[in-house]
Design a binder for this molecule. Sequence first.
Ligand SMILES: Cc1cc2nc3c(=O)[nH]c(=O)nc-3n(C[C@H](O)[C@H](O)[C@H](O)COP(=O)(O)OP(=O)(O)OC[C@H]3O[C@@H](n4cnc5c(N)ncnc54)[C@H](O)[C@@H]3O)c2cc1C
Length: 331
Amino acid sequence: MVTLYNQDLKNFNTFRISALIEKVIVIQNDEDFKKIDFSGIINKTSVLLGEGSNILFVRIPKEIILIRTKGIFKSYENENEIHFTVKAGEIWDEFVEFLVSNKFCGLENMSGIPGTVGAAVINNIGAYGEEVSKYIYKVRAFSILQNKQIDFFNSEIKFEYRNSIFKNNTEYIITEVIFKLVKGINCINVSYGNIKDYFNTKPINSFNMRHAIIEERRQKLPNYKNLGNAGSFFKNPIISKEQYQNICSEYPDLPCFIINETSYKVPAAWLIEKCGLKNYRYKNTGTYSHPLIIVNFNNATGEEILEFSEFIREKVYNRFNVLLEPEVIIY
Ligand SMILES: Cc1cc2nc3c(=O)[nH]c(=O)nc-3n(C[C@H](O)[C@H](O)[C@H](O)COP(=O)(O)OP(=O)(O)OC[C@H]3O[C@@H](n4cnc5c(N)ncnc54)[C@H](O)[C@@H]3O)c2cc1C
């Protein structure tokens, strides 16, 4: 365990919100869990962080606790399937790279997503037609209230679109994630959008998929090291068929993904753009050319960004009668 004092919060969140943090505790191994007083997490003076890529600081915590535990171990194998137990502090994209280079298939569509392996569970991260929940066998978490490790099987985690029982839950710290993956490089999902065009000239395999996704993300998304952001600020709303038909009567080009007979998922970016809020500047914050991404142009505060997000929600609601829900955790 390492303890640092008087640190700038800017270095621990991708929105680059700046503030003085009295104490930063770095958890480096499982033994550290027994030494740390986690009561600040329960009474909300302390916050747990991976890479800080899915959080907006509106309040400023006294203390942050960084999960930096490392380790990737094979925990089960048969002819077709392999399980890896991964410590929560491993960097997500390094784990994906490890799998692709060792010819294990499944996570390549989620290449390039920032953050840690532990936090990937919290929000059930996803991209290009895949979600991490599909590949999770079990999660091990430390219960602050019971002072012990507890295992959660996939079905107990109640995964939903960008949600799980761990989101906004202050009792559990995820310590390990056990993934189940397929052996080989050819079990690739090319169903999403125009990603299949990339394979007109190249063989479909996990190496090429990872390459295609990283390239596409590099072109589409701002680099948070230069322009603070936390990826998509809002979830794509799920609306009723009736609501969808109402909007379509005025905007027949509304894209959608049919979830079932009564529910349709529509792109929040499209709704925001139709409200004239693409590349929109609001004080020190604003939207990027991908309008779902709110960026910190110049030392914006958390309050300013939250205020802008409320402004977007109001505009979208007034025009489409659809209430956007933040994907980012607001602290
Ligand atoms: C440029 C950019 C692109 C992105 N693209 C995508 C994308 O394509 N798809 C997608 O789904 N997301 C995307 N994101 C969002 C983000 O990368 C993910 O949500 C990521 O999993 C967050 O990981 P983190 O370690 O940074 O979590 P943090 O932001 O540090 O933490 C998020 C939350 O989880 C809690 N937490 C962190 N670690 C633990 C733990 N071990 N146990 C319990 N609680 C914990 C924190 O307290 C906090 O509430 C993007 C973000 C950025 C900046």
